[in-house]
Design a binder for this molecule. Sequence first.
Ligand SMILES: Cc1cc2nc3c(=O)[nH]c(=O)nc-3n(C[C@H](O)[C@H](O)[C@H](O)COP(=O)(O)O)c2cc1C
Length: 314
Amino acid sequence: MTPEEVRAFFDAHWTVRRFKEHRMPAEHLDVLLHAAQRAPTDATAQMYSVVRLVDPDLRREAAEATRNPHLATASEAFVVCADLRRLRVILEDAGYEFGDWPAAAVHFSVGDAVLAGQNLLLAAELLGYRGCWIGGVLSALPWLAGRLALPPGVFPYAGLAVGVPDEEPRSRPRLPRALVVHEDRYREPDALELREGVAAMAGITSRGDWASTLARYFARGGTMEAREPALRDLLARGGLLAPGGGDFEALVETANAAGFPDVVVRRRGERFEAWLDAVERAHRGEGASATEAVREAVREAVEGSLKSGRGPDA
Ligand SMILES: Cc1cc2nc3c(=O)[nH]c(=O)nc-3n(C[C@H](O)[C@H](O)[C@H](O)COP(=O)(O)O)c2cc1C
């Protein structure tokens, strides 16, 4: 391929949300899934799973729950998940103890999931299909995790719908390259350059105000804040985030919700000790700070209640 052809291919990327009714031939689906699995992956660990949505009822429900109708109408729909579960089971089966690296686990498993999903989408685009990533799955996280029977350690990154477009091609703008690509060291843009960048994105919305679109998602009271608790909860259940996020008040609330009305913290010399006490059970944590001690006790309590089949808020 020439550079011009490569540029033309990427210029022809556009997200599609309206699809023609169309059944994807088996060999096309096969090559999309092959492309997903050929993606580079950290340490060859393949910390992702792709759940193909086949059942029409499930696709309809997912479309409604996430308010993304294209999950139901595209030729094919997938939920691309970060997956630490399979890696854990492989290691434990081989006699190893899974390491304690929750932050890196989120980091690399999300990376693996994105690379696999984007490979799938690029393969689809090479075949003439178009698609849509669907972060909206995060708005229906508890429902989706239950409906897809996702075990602890597996969490959806995003949905992915692929099919034959039923809408006009639309090329959406990008920020000027100088704001995104840096040489040798990070360069903070000045206010004017940043405003020009925002202006360059104006075409993305009918009102020509990119910042207000961003605000709907990312500002105080936006969609992302609304999604946060369910994602934190799912990550905590997979041992990928300290239950309650980490600050003291949130940890106490998590302990209370897990059925422990009393949280007792004591200093023991240089260390702290925390007890979560209920009539019939107690959990102890220890750490260099009161917060760390409570975090350990809450982690124990939440994992214990999960193992015994009780939800943390049972
Ligand atoms: C991680 C991710 C999540 C997205 N979530 C949604 C979504 O929930 N619903 C939707 O209609 N589009 C979604 N999109 C599509 C973006 O809105 C789209 O890629 C962006 O506006 C740029 O447009 P383009 O892909 O046509 O260049 C998502 C894209 C990404 C990469």
